[in-house]
Write a protein that binds this ligand. Structure first.
Ligand code: SR1
Ligand code: MG
Length: 396
């Protein structure tokens, strides 16, 4: 079958041809995608609804001027298959995939909410740290050289090569924010800080270069590749991680770092909101607990995986695991900082900060995030544990 860009009718026809719905059933369809990259349709029939995701041959929010290979849909479906095998129940279920059309038909999770939206309404997620720590511990362990044999792991690296989407991350996270780049979207009130301060910070430029090189060269485990709070559906019971088109084999600290970075951004965003300070204090406290729990539960679950499954004699020593955690911790702080920075003035912001309407107030929060993240990136080697990082955040 040749690739064909689907419109609403095309989507309906595929679902009818594949017997998800009857030909004479009354179907409603809406395009609900709010991400930067793909088209997402929700199709509702008499007794069920489904999601159809298609990769168009360009970046959705930029249009045809930014072409993008549709193979990302194959990466996403392959990744979801791995994730649902190693972390059952934590990713959307795939009902049908068509690699030629770059289409995935999957379960509709609209009974859950996007976590970023919920966090901007001060929602709490009592099961989230439990779920996401399982997701991270399983992904970092079961897809890495610590668990897989050398041949299987190397085959995975080939299967999940994803250079076009990686290039987006290399540019948007590791390069553009540190220089004047055309694609950056800069709050006019932030310009002078960037020009006179942020872009002059050569220590920071050295550290981001080290992190970029890690991202380019360290194929340690299969990553989600874009694990921010907009890639997670959740409520008080369930968590589902979606949008895996950026998946590839990369540095193990990357996903944890991105996630923590996004929670920190939400934390700082409240400083610019006109809400009673006691409410803000309580929610910020909740967010910091969330980060500390994610980290400690992740480590405990990773250790359990290791105790129960380790085969390779070289990696059996406790000393090695201590060394491994130390490295992941330092890397994750670096990637968290990089994510915080790029969301302030890079191409892809997030709504947590951009909902602050007054541009001057927004710039004050952006400067606070940029200063904190720059210091965290440069000093990341000095922290012993996540509680020290949280203390540092509280004092900034
Ligand atoms: C052109 S893509 C911009 C951003 O959207 C995705 O969700 C990733 O975060 C990427 O960096
Ligand atoms: Mg996405």
């Amino acid at each position: 079958m040749n690739y064909l860009q689907l419109d609403e009718n095309g989507v309906k026809n595929i679902l009818i041809d594949s017997k998800f719905f009857n030909r004479n059933e009354d179907l409603s369809i809406e395009e609900i995608g709010d991400g930067n990259i793909n088209m997402v349709f929700r199709v509702t029939g008499v007794s069920k609804s489904l999601i159809v995701k298609q990769a168009y041959p360009y970046v959705r929010t930029a249009g045809k001027s930014w072409p993008l290979n549709t193979r990302r849909s194959v990466i996403e479906a392959d990744t979801l298959e791995v994730q649902s095998r190693i972390s059952p129940g934590l990713v959307p279920e795939i009902y049908l995939r068509n690699n030629d059309l770059a289409v995935i038909v999957m379960e509709d999770l609209s009974h859950l909410g996007i976590m970023r939206t919920g966090m901007n309404e001060m929602k709490e997620y009592p099961n989230f740290t439990n779920h996401i720590s399982t997701f991270l511990a399983n992904q970092l362990f079961f897809t890495s050289d610590i668990y897989l044999n050398s041949e299987a792991k190397k085959k995975n690296v080939v299967q999940f090569y994803n250079y076009e989407l990686c290039k987006i991350t290399e540019d948007l996270i590791f390069t553009d924010p540190y220089y004047y780049a055309k694609r950056n979207k800069i709050n006019p009130e932030l310009k002078s800080y960037l020009k006179n301060d942020f872009w002059q910070n050569n220590n920071l430029k050295l550290e981001i270069a080290k992190l970029k090189y890690k991202f380019l060269s360290e194929a340690q485990c299969l990553l989600h590749g874009d694990l921010h709070t907009g890639s997670i559906f959740a409520d008080d019971k369930e968590t589902k991680v979606f949008d895996a088109e950026f998946a590839f084999y990369g540095p193990s600290g990357f996903d944890i770092g991105l996630l923590i970075g996004n929670i920190f951004i939400n934390y700082f965003s409240w400083n610019g909101m006109d809400i009673p300070s006691e409410k803000i204090f309580q929610y910020q406290k909740y967010l910091l607990c969330m980060i500390s729990e994610i980290y400690s539960k992740f480590e405990n679950k990773f250790i359990k995986n290791w105790e129960n499954n380790i085969q390779d004699i070289s990696f059996k020593s406790k000393n090695y695991i201590d060394y491994y955690f130390k490295n992941i911790f330092i890397d994750s702080l670096g990637f968290a900082s990089a994510e915080m920075i790029r969301r302030m003035h890079g191409f892809a912001h997030n709504i947590d900060i951009d909902r602050i309407q007054n541009l001057k107030t927004r710039s004050l929060i952006q400067v606070q995030v940029l200063k904190t993240a720059s210091e965290l990136m440069v000093k990341r080697y000095d922290f012993e544990n996540i509680l020290e990082v949280i203390d540092f955040i509280i004092n900034n």
